[in-house]
Design a binder for this molecule. Structure first.
Ligand code: KIV
Ligand code: ZN
Length: 504
């Protein structure tokens, strides 16, 4: 059996897709969870993109000590120097240099010839190597690159010191058979290839990212780059949970190992979805809400008789507990804490106190409280952002034919009470206008979505908003049985994130 290195790029390729919506605290929280999950490499970001990004990566490098912490750099001197600046204090630092190699990128984007690209690739890897031992190189758009030219680049960068060479399917164009042939070609035609680990990085434009990544393992690839929930540019990257669970489930054919603690997969998925504001589709393999739900009578009958009749993955192996209906109105604090602990949450006494109050409030409105409800509730309580403004009260009147009107009361930065009323095109618009008059931070609402956490008329509604201000996006989430309250909380959450980022 051979170990596959799991290189997680949720905080880089995934973040790119979320429009840079993660705060430094969010990135740190995800990095800590990836560490617990057991990934080998965390690509923490692209430090040259902004000072905030550089600082966020530096903090991760300082605190998260077990995995390799990797910083991405394009083939530019300053980018490499800044990447080193970001990760130089990591226990295990890595710099990942990339440069396009396909004719289509050279001609239309870089406007450089092959010789210049070859030289730059070597030179930039050598520059990174001047700083540290662990250097990765990616010839971007490798799957649309002339293979003979690709071999020359790979030989050159390994000669210059690259210890990992990554073959990106940047636009998700390849199919398994073709990709395997390319990897075979690399092993055959790059004389020094055995001095480097061969890695792949697949995008999902044709829905083949996971299939392509798994197919090449039998051809010598030993690192897979992937993201939690498969988030990433456009249709996303290969999904970490699918790769890992395919390897675990099909040991008969995929005789490889990973260091992932699969029981932490579900919680990691929820955290990433929560903080990036990117929902997981219900039918998503492994972590979707329907991944272990059996609707047809025949399937249910089979499951009751023997789980494996219709389930190839044990839900508990990805961290889903069997219990759904767990707590109710009469449950005490002790049972509440115990259930949260079973779900993997370790709350401080203060956090627990707040979550318990919210639980009691919910139990007054909702008869059966499920694990999903608890997760939504705890996520609401654990929002890491400092609240400059706190929502005290919101009320709306709306219907047909009245003009929707909202009144809100907030506590301001100095503890002062602020209130306002406003009208809008709908109740949410009215609430947001009323809040805007008090907070006074110009922004545009670019996304608003609401979904119910569970079924049933008394379900919790979870609202996600994305706002944009000065070209930066901020995500906010709120959960409540009343979706207007959830909407107000989500908006306040996004505004507080914006204010917290600005004040830094
Ligand atoms: O998709 C891609 O090519 C990338 C590189 C930076 C590895 O993300
Ligand atoms: Zn990518």
């Amino acid at each position: 059996m051979d170990k596959v290195i799991i290189f997680d790029t949720t905080l880089r390729d995934g973040e790119q897709a979320a429009g840079g919506a993660l705060t430094a605290e969010d990135k740190m929280e995800i990095a800590r969870q990836l560490d617990r999950l057991g990934v080998d490499v965390i690509e923490a970001g692209f430090p040259v993109s902004s000072k905030g990004e550089l600082d966020a990566i530096r903090h991760i490098a300082d605190e998260v000590r077990r995995p390799i912490i990797c910083a991405l750099a394009h083939a530019h001197r300053e980018a490499i120097d800044v990447a080193w600046e970001a990760i130089k204090d990591a226990q295990h630092p890595r710099i990942h240099v990339f440069l396009s190699s396909s004719e289509i990128h050279l001609l239309h984007q870089l406007k450089k010839d092959r010789r210049q690209i070859l030289e730059s690739s070597r030179e930039m890897v050598a520059r990174a190597k001047g700083y540290l031992e662990d250097v990765e190189f990616s010839p971007m758009d490798a799957t649309r690159t002339d293979p003979d030219y690709l071999y020359q680049i790979l030989e050159g960068v390994i000669e210059a010191g690259a210890t990992t060479v990554n073959i990106p399917d940047t636009v998700g164009y390849t199919i398994p058979r073709e990709f395997c042939n390319l990897i075979d070609g690399i092993f055959k035609n790059v004389p020094n290839i055995h001095r480097a680990v061969v890695s792949v990085h697949c995008h999902n434009d044709l829905g083949l990212a996971v299939a392509n990544s798994l197919a090449v393992l039998d051809h010598g690839v030993r690192q897979i780059e992937c993201t939690v929930n498969g988030i990433g540019e456009r249709a996303g990257n290969a999904s970490l949970e699918e790769i890992v669970m395919a390897i675990k489930t099909r040991q008969d054919l995929l005789r490889y190992t990973t260091e992932i603690d699969t029981t932490r997969i579900y919680k990691t998925s929820r955290l990433v979805s929560e903080l990036t504001g990117m929902y997981v589709q219900p039918n998503k393999a492994i972590v979707g809400a329907n991944a272990f739900r059996h609707e047809s009578g025949i399937h249910q009958d089979g499951i009751i008789k023997e789980r494996t009749t219709y389930e190839i993955v044990d839900p508990e192996s990805v961290g889903l507990t069997g219990t759904t209906l767990s707590l109710g109105k009469l449950s005490g604090r002790h049972a509440f804490r115990k259930r949260l602990k079973e779900l993997g949450y370790a709350l401080s006494d203060e956090e627990l106190g707040r979550a318990f109050l919210a639980f009691k409030e919910l139990a007054d409105k909702k008869r059966d409280i499920t694990d999903r409800d608890l997760e939504a509730l705890v996520a609401e309580e654990l929002r890491t952002v400092h609240e400059t403004y706190h929502l005290e009260h919101v009320q709306v009147s709306c219907g047909d034919p009245i003009i929707p009107t909202a009144s809100v009361r907030l506590t301001g930065p100095e503890g002062q009470l602020l209130s306002n009323a406003a009208q809008g095109t709908g109740p949410v618009d009215a609430v947001y206008r009323a809040i805007n008059h008090l907070v006074m931070v110009p922004n545009e609402l670019v996304e608003f979505s609401v979904k119910s956490v569970t079924g049933g008329i008394d379900a919790i509604g979870e609202v996600t908003v994305r706002i944009e201000s000065e070209s930066k996006r901020y995500v906010g989430r709120g959960a409540h049985t009343d979706i207007i309250v959830a909407s107000a909380r989500a908006y306040m959450n996004a505004l507080n994130r914006l204010l917290a980022t600005r004040s830094k």
